[in-house]
Write a protein that binds this ligand. Sequence first.
Ligand SMILES: [Zn+2]
Ligand SMILES: [Zn+2]
Length: 152
Amino acid sequence: MKLENVEKLAKELMTEHGFADWNFTFIHRKKRRMGECDSLHNRISLNRYFAENNPKSKIVKVLLHEIAHAISGSQYGHDKKWKLEAKKLGVEPLANFYFDFKYQKGKYYFVCFKCGKVINYFRRPQCKRSCSKCNPKKGFSEKYLMELIIID
Ligand SMILES: [Zn+2]
Ligand SMILES: [Zn+2]
């Protein structure tokens, strides 16, 4: 998405959920993290490289993830309260993949939005992939598709 549109979208979502007076910023450092919520400074941030390279549907998910932190208090991390708020906002209560990015180098990621499993690639993967952790049977399944995220 274009950054100016991302900013508009973020402000709209924040206003809708009662955070009209909070600030929205982009994270400009190359950090392997999609978003951040800072309750101390009333600020929600989004990774610029993530925002530039991914469609609205995925950006909305991350913004809602961060808004759930704003509601539950960001100092508490991904605790029960956060999970409850995330579910209310209709976003998968995932925690781990937001932190996995720190340790990975390639710019393409397959992410399972059900369990948070991440697979990192240096080149754009050419095939679809399903999550081996969530899929009870072996092999490919459309039902457990992983989503491609790009952080360039
Ligand atoms: Zn989080
Ligand atoms: Zn999974």
